[in-house]
Ligand binder design. Structure first.
Ligand code: HEM
Length: 249
């Protein structure tokens, strides 16, 4: 095992993670109002309403597929009678369709960004890196999925997935990844580059998903006297009514 493999698969993932966490904290601290998707919906809506959902729903399935494929051991799926061929046929079909939908959505969003002058004007420097990188990650992922055929079979759950899980045990299984085919290595390296860029681009909006919305009360009641206001952490902070403020003076 040479030093390059140790650096790429044993050290780099932790550097990327540290970069991502500190970068996100820094961005949140110093650019809280820029911690958004920088929506361009006001400039153009038609293409956005097609490309946006296609990209995001496709990506949702891709992420779900990654979580299952990378985190659930093959021994477990075998035990619940999901056999290897069935698992991979499913990954090829569902993963392939989801990956293609994500790619098609990204192509529409990219076309919109390049062809609609107002949207092009609202394009930031980080977008110039993020869009090509996203396209490269998705294309390499699709190439990895397509490279698995019954004749040429690499079982990534016995290689890439072992490496991925070993990172959490702080004992990186470098050989598991250094023996993976080049297309899987390329896809993973591009994925790590994307994660490193994440905090400094519009991708940070993924961390702003309104999860608290799911647990919010349907109706927010406030007493008229505003002496005892029920605590609702997801509600915006509203100044006291003018009448109360005047009475207090
Ligand atoms: C760095 C961590 C990542 C690892 C270890 C990883 C691993 C993999 C593996 C093993 C496959 C092949 C699945 C198969 O053969 O069935 C794959 C496919 C794919 N990956 Fe990734 N990936 C990573 C990051 C990403 C990111 C950040 C994106 C998108 C933004 C992405 C998008 C895709 C797509 C579109 C496919 C093809 C469709 C699919 O199988 O879901 N990957 N990835």
């Amino acid at each position: 095992m040479n030093h390059l493999h140790t650096a790429l698969w044993g050290v780099l993932p932790y550097l990327v993670l540290a970069f991502m966490v500190t970068g996100t904290a820094w961005r949140y601290r110093y650019d809280r109002f820029g911690f958004t998707t920088r929506s361009s919906q006001l400039h153009e809506n038609r293409l956005l309403s097609i490309g946006g959902p296609l990209f995001h729903y496709g990506l949702l399935f891709v992420v779900a597929g990654h979580l299952i494929g990378l985190l659930i051991p093959e021994a477990f799926t075998e035990r619940v009678h999901v056999h290897e061929w069935l698992y991979h046929a499913n990954a090829l079909l569902v993963g392939g369709v989801a990956g293609l939908a994500t790619l098609a959505g990204l192509a529409i969003l990219l076309h919109r960004r390049l062809r609609v002058p107002a949207v092009r004007g609202a394009t930031s420097r980080s977008d110039h890196a993020v869009y090509p990188l996203l396209a490269a990650v998705i294309l390499a992922g699709l190439a990895a999925t397509a490279s698995t055929t019954p004749h040429h079979h690499y079982d990534y759950r016995l290689g890439v997935s072992l490496w991925f899980r070993s990172l959490f045990a702080l004992d990186p299984d470098v050989p598991a990844m250094s023996h993976a085919p080049l297309v899987y290595q390329t896809h993973t390296l591009l994925g790590m580059a994307l994660f490193a860029l994440w905090p400094f681009s519009r991708l940070v909006h993924a961390f702003t998903a309104p999860i608290g919305y799911l647990a919010r009360p349907y109706i927010v009641y406030r007493s008229r006297g505003a002496r005892h206001v029920p605590v609702n952490r997801s509600a915006p902070v509203v100044p006291p009514p003018v009448r109360d403020a005047a009475a207090r003076r």
